[in-house]
Design a binder for this molecule. Structure first.
Ligand SMILES: Cc1cc2nc3c(=O)[nH]c(=O)nc-3n(C[C@H](O)[C@H](O)[C@H](O)COP(=O)(O)OP(=O)(O)OC[C@H]3O[C@@H](n4cnc5c(N)ncnc54)[C@H](O)[C@@H]3O)c2cc1C
Length: 460
């Protein structure tokens, strides 16, 4: 039990604030994106600078409280919060500062992708991040980070220049190629295992403000042929052009005829970052794949495209996800996708394929913690629903589909898409880099105080 006096003194030592059970904002402050997670920390420390983080770590250790760290609270596993622990909450640290001349952004860890994109796009700049704007930059970066710009510019971590980190003993360190380079190596993919990041420094590129993008929707009966033609075409394209595939029930979007609403469809999500004339020609080829039931394609602001999927991925639903890496997309994998897309247990469930071939494949697997440099596709199974009564059906559907496609998967896994129960997959996710990660964990967190994450144990 924490004494009121100890909490009060600790609170007074912070520039930020404390939220505790019974406070009017406690329930709101402990809410995270996945509604399946309902945990009650003993203290939520709303930090405003690295000193607050340092004090929070020292207080947690002195009072034997588990530490969790919340960027924007998006991670499916819900590791950013635990019952009875101390949550370091970055919701008051969301700033992005842009050095336009040198094309660099300095970003606080509470920023969402929307916060980040808004600032950098004021200058026509961007770096690869994810595709749902409410996702946090912190968790996304520390696990890897990929999105529409990944084919051209790599993963988010490939563009991380440095980070400021508070280690479990409360020390403030800089991690870069030149300073604490082992720590810098580890945080690029190794998640929140090594310390708490209080600032990220990213390299930026000219992007937009307009891109060519949109959705092309085909009837489900054409799925196999669309998938095969997609695979054959996408491999011939350059990294400025990208198409991802979603198999799901059609939402009632205005550009789709009413008769397909609620029916299974194949969606090609298209993003052309530059070279629009060439992109238009490729899109024309996509149209010829079959008989589209609707399309919504055109020039739009990059920043708007970055938010286009937000209405399908709002917070507050129940979620259970699984994911595989693929180096190719063979017919067997497609058959499984079509089979399971044909028995979606809720209208919000979907099967999703991202194509990532490009810059990332040229980075050596040993360059940083994230090692899956042969992957070309990430398959993501989004189990998503509203009613707890559907938990069993939706979770079983995702697990069975994951098992059915395991034999087609390549090495590694993306830790950012892992559920809480997948901790045994963590070592496999890092493959040849796991041993080195364990050594670095021993150095920076020998007692595994940062264990609420896709955990790398110092004793492994
Ligand atoms: C709807 C949705 C869409 C997504 N789309 C993509 C996508 O397109 N591309 C992609 O790559 N990923 C995507 N993801 C996965 C996403 O990258 C992870 O969920 C990520 O962990 C979210 O980061 P967060 O800061 O919001 O998470 P949080 O839940 O706040 O944090 C996750 C974990 O990160 C660690 N952490 C957070 N902040 C810090 C910090 N400052 N210092 C140290 N450790 C910290 C902690 O271990 C914490 O448990 C998506 C997830 C969702 C739910």
């Amino acid at each position: 039990m924490l004494s009121e006096t100890a909490i009060k003194e600790f609170g007074e030592s912070l520039r930020g604030g404390i939220v505790k059970p019974g406070d009017s904002n406690y329930d709101e402050s402990r809410k995270i994106w996945n509604a399946m997670i309902d945990r009650k920390p003993a203290l939520i420390v709303q930090v405003t600078n690295a000193d607050d983080v340092s004090s929070a770590m020292i207080f947690a250790v002195a009072n034997k409280l588990d530490i969790t760290v919340r960027g924007a609270g998006h991670n499916i596993a819900g590791n950013c919060i635990c019952d009875g622990g101390l949550m370091i909450d970055f919701s008051l640290m969301k700033k992005t500062r842009v050095d336009v001349e040198n094309k660099i952004a300095y970003v606080e860890p509470g920023a969402t992708l929307k916060d980040f994109d808004a600032e950098v796009q004021k200058h026509g700049l961007a770096t690869p991040v994810g595709i749902n704007s409410t996702t946090g930059i912190a968790g996304l970066t520390l696990g890897g980070g990929f999105g529409w710009l990944t084919r051209k510019y790599g993963f988010t971590i490939d563009n991380l220049l440095s980070a400021e980190v508070v280690t479990v003993d409360g020390k403030k360190l800089k991690a870069s190629e030149n300073e604490n380079s082992d720590l810098f190596w580890a945080i690029r993919g190794g998640g929140g295992n090594f310390g708490v990041v209080t600032q990220f420094e990213f390299k930026l590129y000219p992007v937009g403000p307009e891109i060519l993008a949109g959705l092309l929707v085909f009837p489900f009966k054409e799925a196999k042929s669309i998938l095969q033609q997609y695979r054959d075409l996408i491999q011939t394209t350059t990294p400025e052009f990208n198409v991802w595939v979603v198999l799901r029930k059609a939402p009632p979007l205005p550009f789709l005829p009413e008769e397909v609403h609620g029916k299974e469809v194949v969606v090609l999500a298209i993003c052309v970052v530059s070279d629009f004339d060439k992109g238009e020609k490729q899109i024309e080829k996509l149209r010829g794949f079959g008989k589209p039931v609707g399309e919504f394609i055109g020039r739009m602001l990059y920043i708007n495209w970055q938010q286009i999927f937000d209405p399908l991925l709002t917070p507050g639903a129940r979620n259970y996800w699984k994911s595989h890496n693929f180096v190719d997309l063979n017919d067997g994998a497609m058959d499984s996708m079509i089979e399971y897309a044909g028995k979606l247990p809720s209208p919000q469930c979907e099967i999703f394929i991202a194509y990532l071939e490009g810059k990332s494949n040229s980075v050596p697997a040993s360059a940083m913690a994230y090692s899956n440099r042969d992957l070309k596709y990430i398959l993501n199974v989004h189990g998503r629903w509203d009613d707890a009564k559907q938990d069993k059906d939706c979770i079983n559907w995702a697990r069975e589909f994951f098992d059915a496609t395991s034999k087609f998967a390549s090495a590694g896994a993306y830790v950012n898409f892992m559920t809480e129960e997948e901790n045994e997959r963590v070592a496999k996710a890092y493959g040849p880099n796991y041993k080195k990660l364990v050594e670095i964990k021993k150095k920076y967190d020998p007692n595994n105080l940062l264990k609420h994450n896709q955990n790398i144990k110092p004793t492994a």
